[in-house]
Design a protein around this ligand. Structure first.
Ligand code: NG6
Ligand code: CA
Length: 505
């Protein structure tokens, strides 16, 4: 028998088909490349883990990564809020360069240009399978998103082969899971509508129907009520697709584990973005009351458990030694972030920011300096590192690890620091909090004068705003209690010049 396809014999056709690169991954050598997992928490503070000094919370699974890996003491998110930090993590670009990189509503379009290089795109080109599970908060669609159709562009257009996400935050609508470009479990006869400006007629809200809420709002968070929790934004329909808040951690964990199991044959990159301990804090009943610190403590213990289960999966699948695990948080801690959830009342002597000053939204250290660990069993030696490193460095560093020559605009190759071969970090880093910036350089932090209140009400966090320069030697004064701007004029001048050289005047 002799087959001919477009005039070629079958044998010639097959030879050509097999030798042609099927995709950009086709010919890439993947042997020896480790799996890469970024475990990312939402609002976990520098002092929220026992390995970073917490005495009122015991986090053995996170601690294991810290104690058996590298525990960075000067590891930073770029920003003191979520969206900008995640933008920088994935793109290697400082978020203050993009005016849209600020806390996004659930209806915001995709923030990352689909032509932009990203960590998952770079790794995909190096032969990796790429996935994101958990909190996204980088916008979806191109403006007028129809939540009942294909929600695109999104994670799958910026480098992820697989995505299973919540669109924005747990306190924002739409309160549904999105699998690749579709709302999961959506009943087409019950379409979803989302609006951040006005309510849908006849739909209850936290503001008008407090009797329907099981969690009370303190500030903001008084729009649509889902599962008894009043949210930010209005939403209607999609009943079958609504998430269950108290099983969210289990749900994402299952997806993360499934991704690992089905991709273990070739190197994979998983960005596992837990939504805890961000509000609303909804621990599964298994964790309610476990911490003694109220729901905020309970959800930290729950996240710790999930991380333990996830690492166990890597072990059981026989790939722990071949997996580089990076752990960090998108911004610093906050107690009252808009609900009456006992976070303040039950906090006791716990210090979510550890010795640092400020918190989420703050330009002071607690806004951006976060737990930051690298764990790679058998390859990375346990140690504490004071190297100055930032999540913006992942792109260039992971490129160097996997044989790519890609370099991100603001992303420095910190691979040796990330692998513990060197304690030499970045020379400097621009920090950002709600659009304001500051400079960390060497042992010093300089915060230029910024307008606005010194304390952000009602979260009760120091913003870092002052109408004069602030200069702290953070290696000697980690709690930023001595402003040396007046006594160290030369240092101040040097810092201001350097800062203006990067950020502008
Ligand atoms: C704020 C919300 C806060 C939280 C934050 C985003 C109000 C009053 N506050 O606007 O609760 O959702 O946005 O947090 O609405 S982040 O970690 O995703 O940046
Ligand atoms: Ca956050």
């Amino acid at each position: 028998m002799h087959f001919r396809i477009f005039g070629l014999s079958l044998a010639v056709f097959l030879t050509l088909a097999c030798s042609a690169p099927e995709s950009d991954q086709g010919n890439i050598e993947t042997a020896g490349k480790p799996n890469i997992v970024i475990i990312y928490l939402d609002d976990l503070g520098y002092g929220d883990m026992s390995a970073y000094g917490a005495t009122q919370l015991f986090t053995p699974n996170m601690d294991r990564l810290a104690n058996e890996g590298i525990r960075f003491t000067s590891g930073y998110a770029t920003s003191a809020t979520c969206t900008p930090s995640r933008y920088a993590l994935l793109t290697g670009i400082y978020p203050w360069r993009n005016k849209d990189a600020k806390i996004l509503p659930g209806t915001a379009p995709l923030l990352i240009d689909t032509a932009q290089m990203t960590v998952p795109k770079m790794l995909k080109a190096q032969g990796y399978s790429t996935g994101v599970v958990g909190k996204w908060h980088l916008g979806l669609g191109s403006g007028q998103t129809d939540w009942n159709g294909s929600i695109s562009p999104g994670p799958n257009q910026v480098g992820f082969d697989y995505s299973y996400i919540l669109a924005a935050t747990q306190d924002r609508v739409p309160t549904v899971y999105i699998h690749n470009d579709r709302v999961d479990k959506l009943d087409p006869t019950d379409p979803i509508e989302v609006d951040y400006q006005k309510n849908f007629e006849g739909e209850p809200t936290g503001k008008d129907n407090p009797e329907l809420t099981t969690m009370k709002w303190h500030h903001g968070h008084n729009n649509s009520i889902v599962n008894g929790i009043p949210r930010i934004g209005f939403m209607k329909g999609g009943k079958a697709a609504l998430w269950n808040d108290t099983t969210m951690v289990d749900h994402f964990l299952t997806k993360a584990q499934a991704f690992v199991k089905s991709n273990k044959e070739k190197p994979f990159f998983l960005y596992y973005a837990l939504q805890e301990p961000h509000v609303p804090r909804t621990p599964n009943p298994r964790f309610v009351g476990k911490s003694g610190l109220g729901p905020r403590g309970d959800v930290i213990l729950e996240a710790d458990w999930a991380i333990g289960e996830f690492i166990k999966t890597l072990e059981e699948e026989g790939i722990l030694k071949n997996t580089l695990v990076i752990f960090s948080s998108d911004n610093g801690p906050v107690l009252n972030d808009g609900y009456y959830d006992d976070a303040v009342e039950k906090n006791g002597t716990h210090t979510p920011a550890g010795p640092l000053r400020g918190g989420k939204y703050s330009l002071l250290e607690a806004g951006t300096r976060v737990p930051f660990m690298v764990y790679w069993k058998g390859t990375v030696q346990p140690q504490v590192s004071d190297a100055l490193v930032c999540q913006v460095d992942f792109l260039s560093s992971l490129a160097a690890l996997t044989g790519s020559s890609i370099k991100g605009q603001d992303s420095e190759n910190m691979l040796d620091a990330f692998l513990g071969k060197s304690h030499q970090g970045r020379e400097s880093l621009i920090l950002e909090a709600t659009g304001r910036t500051a400079l960390r350089k060497g042992d010093w932090v300089m915060i230029p004068p910024h307008k606005g209140n010194a304390v952000l009400q009602p979260v009760n966090i120091e913003t870092g705003n002052l109408d004069e320069y602030q200069l702290y030697q953070v290696t000697a004064d980690i709690s930023q209690s001595n402003n040396l701007a007046d006594s160290e004029p030369e240092k101040l001048k040097e810092m201001v010049q350097f800062y203006e050289g990067i950020v502008g005047k």
